[in-house]
Design a protein around this ligand. Structure first.
Ligand code: GLN
Length: 490
């Protein structure tokens, strides 16, 4: 018979089929596992495929019985959890991250653990210890990162959603490169307990899906206050899914001229020109919903400081957080005559050079003599940026901006034409992490048959409003529920 691709359907569609008895959880798991093996062979998206996954009862929870993927920096009890790092290549936790436990309680069934950039550090999907993740739209291109495997798998139709984590843009950028939706909720809405720490003041759990409604459903089930994460907060009065009513008339958005207008990029490539002109065309369509959109101006010096501020703060926090990786408690033991030698051997051998470079810089900016000049100044500029965005949120529901400079970059960096003056355009999603703001990326067009995206970021705790705006905007375009169609290189 004709093979129905259930795993290309949305959560609500699957729930209806399960409830009506037209398909079973067992059949969905089988399809998801088969597809996992196919996607693994083609794109290398997984650290582990959970061939033993067991069906669950179908209840009135929308996630019950439905497969999903877990980024491999979430601890899963009894299941290998590597953070895509050689330092933890054999680590099997004895407890499960709260966010995953919450999904399990909903009846969700994990079918694999997905590859990331080592410990979430990086934006290419190429630095995990199991190798490069390829983009399902074009295998010569990257998925971006760090949630590379999750983005790849959702876009390729392995299941309707996978968890991600986002310290700078790690959910939203791979979502953009893979033509899907990436949602980073307000900081602390989802417990970080059991998520491998990268930079604690920025780290956020979230999800990658193929439509906004699914993102709302999944985060409703992941979120909640947790005694094991003191930055988590009580969101029990918020129901993201029920709040999606598409009523957006009179909402106000703004975009930042310095980032969006082509005259700021005198060396723009054709790709960038197309991307920004598409963005402005989409803004016109959004206005037809009765949403007002205004251009605002942000001080260029402040904007230009943004990527370095992220680097200083995230590297400093990373070097401190990851000092627990000694090889003495977990991970493959290093060699040496005493514990210092063993630690040194383990860390030298097992961390990639990208991470070691970040640790060196992180330690440097934290040294007593440098701390005020680098770390504290970065904190001050972080505050200025957050205040600037919060001032925008006094007047506007959200800031809308293009993601990146165009579609997915080539894995072979020598093939990528790097525009000058685009550093902030590439990194600005990090501002949402500076402020803990809810932020969602949705596909908004195609350039050379490859997806591009826009991002919407709002004020803290305003997730329902932000998702509703994204939901309405998604409805004006034809990029909902996209499955990657691979371009040919013949
Ligand atoms: N690319 C950024 C970094 O390298 C963001 C990563 C993330 O959000 N985890 O740190």
């Amino acid at each position: 018979g004709i093979m129905t691709k259930y795993m290309e359907k949305s959560i609500t569609e699957l729930h209806e089929l399960l409830t009506k008895g037209e398909v079973t959880s067992e059949e969905l798991i089988k399809e998801s596992l088969e597809k996992s093996h196919e996607v693994q062979a083609k794109y290398n998206a997984f650290v582990t495929i959970l061939d033993e996954a067991k069906p669950t009862n179908v209840t009135d929870n929308l996630l019950s019985g439905i497969p999903y993927g877990i980024k491999d920096n979430y601890s899963t009890k009894g299941i290998l959890s590597t953070g895509s790092s050689n330092t933890l290549k054999d680590y099997v936790p004895f407890f499960t991250a709260t966010a995953i436990e919450n999904l399990e309680k909903s009846g969700a069934v994990a079918t694999n653990k997905t590859v990331l950039d080592e410990f979430g550090m990086g934006g290419t999907g190429t630095t995990g210890h199991t190798g490069v993740v390829r983009n399902p739209w074009d295998r010569e291109r990257m998925c971006a990162g760090s949630s590379a495997g999750s983005a790849c798998a959702v876009a390729a139709g392995v299941y309707p959603y996978a968890t991600g984590s986002d310290t700078g843009d790690s959910i939203r950028k791979p979502a953009a490169y893979c033509g899907i939706v990436g949602y980073k909720p307000t900081y602390g809405m989802i417990s970080r307990y059991g998520l491998f720490a990268y930079a604690s003041s920025l780290d956020t759990c979230g999800v990658l899906t193929r439509n906004v409604e699914d993102a709302a459903i999944v985060v409703d089930n992941m979120k909640g206050i947790d005694k094991n994460d003191m930055t988590s907060w009580d969101s029990s009065s918020i129901n993201l899914h029920k709040s999606l009513d598409g009523q957006v008339k009179g909402k106000k958005l703004c975009y930042v001229k310095e980032l969006c207008d082509i005259e700021n990029y005198p060396n723009a490539t054709n790709e960038l020109k197309e991307h920004l002109s598409n963005f402005h065309n989409v803004l016109e369509k959004i206005k037809e919903l009765g949403i007002e959109i205004e251009a605002v101006s942000v001080d260029k010096t402040l904007l230009n400081a943004q990527p370095s501020v992220y680097d200083v703060i995230s590297y400093a926090e990373a070097t401190s957080n990851m000092s627990n990786l000694t090889g003495l408690i977990f991970g493959p033991r290093g060699e040496g005559k005493n514990y210092e030698e063993m630690m040194k051997d383990y860390r030298t051998k097992n961390f990639s050079s990208l991470i070691k470079r970040r640790f060196v810089i992180g330690s440097y900016v934290l040294q007593a003599d440098n701390k005020d000049k680098y770390f504290h100044n970065a904190q001050r500029v972080r505050r200025l940026l957050v205040d600037t965005w919060n001032n925008l949120f006094d007047k506007y529901d959200a800031v809308i901006l293009p993601v990146e400079t165009g579609p997915a970059r080539y894995l072979d960096e020598s093939k990528n034409i790097i525009d000058k003056d685009t550093r902030v355009l590439k990194e600005h999603l990090q501002i949402a992490n500076f402020g803990g703001f809810p932020s969602i990326t949705i596909p908004d067009g195609f350039i050379n048959n490859l997806p591009v995206a826009l991002n919407i970021t709002g004020k803290c705790y305003d997730d329902a409003n932000i998702l509703n705006i994204a939901y309405a905007i998604e409805g004006t375009m034809n990029y909902k529920n996209q499955i990657a169609k691979e371009v040919s290189h013949d």
